[in-house]
Design a protein around this ligand. Structure first.
Ligand SMILES: Nc1ncnc2c1ncn2[C@@H]1O[C@H](COP(=O)(O)OP(=O)(O)OP(=O)(O)O)[C@@H](O)[C@H]1O
Ligand SMILES: [Mg+2]
Length: 259
């Protein structure tokens, strides 16, 4: 450094130190922004898998059983359409997030019918669950309606992630239940309960961190991105996410938003 080898006046030295600090701060901010973009892009790519699996499963079923009653075929074609729409939405989001200028999740909150949103999530994952003979059940306060002010797209992705984890870690012939309860004045509690292996107490914080996969399990893919995304979404809504034991076994993942 020139100011170490050559004598420099204190004001010049201070100015140089300030410049270095500003440069370091800009570099750190840029690094954070690039990391945020990369995380968001990876999480969206991760979420493309469910609609792709759904489209493949339902198309395969239509080809295997060409004589299905018209009503059933129509229902299946609708599922393919919804899968395609979900893919288009995620790809659009992917392109947006790849050039994001802010390293925070930007929410687009609307008054949302949370019961309808959860029932749609269950309907879209039914085929994937059926392949594992896992039954998906929704227990909601519908038709009692309450406006919940959330970003519906991001929230749906968080619920999809909890449900697909529950299906993935469930034993065959078991049940996954999604409970929706209104809490406080304007809040909601969502719980996803399964009868899988559960999460041991010492891992109940870390599994919500990026690339943390907790206990390694045979025969299932574990990359550790889904819950990290859920946590980012829930915390952006000033909410909480946690996991507890189910009885007699399994886990219950809980999201609470109470603004
Ligand atoms: N319902 C569940 N039952 C038991 N363990 C779970 C459950 N959900 C998550 N876990 C544990 O938490 C870990 C992290 O979950 P997370 O969804 O972040 O990643 P993943 O499911 O391993 O991979 P992916 O990135 O595909 O979602 C899992 O690997 C698993 O060990
Ligand atoms: Mg997961």
């Amino acid at each position: 450094m020139p100011y170490i080898t050559k004598p420099v006046s204190p004001p010049i030295l201070m100015a140089r130190v300030k410049t270095q600090l500003t440069l370091k701060e800009s570099y750190d901010n840029l690094k954070e922004l690039l990391q945020f973009r990369e995380d968001m892009v990876n999480m969206i790519v991760h979420d493309l898998r469910n609609p792709i699996s759904n489209i493949l499963l339902v198309t395969e079923m239509l080809l295997t059983y060409p004589g299905l009653p018209a009503e059933k075929s129509h229902k299946n074609l609708n599922m393919i359409l919804r899968g395609g729409q979900a893919l288009r939405f995620l790809v659009d989001d992917l392109l947006l997030k790849a050039k994001s200028e802010s390293n925070k999740l930007v929410l687009d909150c609307k008054n949302t019918d949370i019961c309808k949103l959860c029932e749609a999530a269950i309907a879209d994952l039914k085929e994937i669950a059926a392949r594992k003979t896992v039954q998906l059940i929704a227990k909601t306060p519908a038709p009692i309606y309450r406006d919940i002010n959330i970003d519906p797209m991001l929230f749906r992705r968080a619920i999809d992630n909890l449900l697909s984890n529950a299906i993935k870690f469930s034993p065959q012939d078991s049940t996954v239940t999604l409970f929706v309860d209104y809490i406080g004045e304007q809040g909601v509690r969502i719980r996803v309960a399964d009868f899988g292996p559960g999460v041991s107490e010492n891992l109940r914080q870390s599994i919500f961190e990026k690339y943390e996969i907790g206990t390694l399990m045979k025969g299932v893919s574990q990359t550790g991105l889904g819950l990290a995304f859920c946590k980012i979404v829930v915390e952006a809504h000033s909410g909480k996410i946690s996991v507890t034991d189910n009885t007699p076994q399994g886990s219950i993942f809980t999201i609470e938003i109470d603004n």
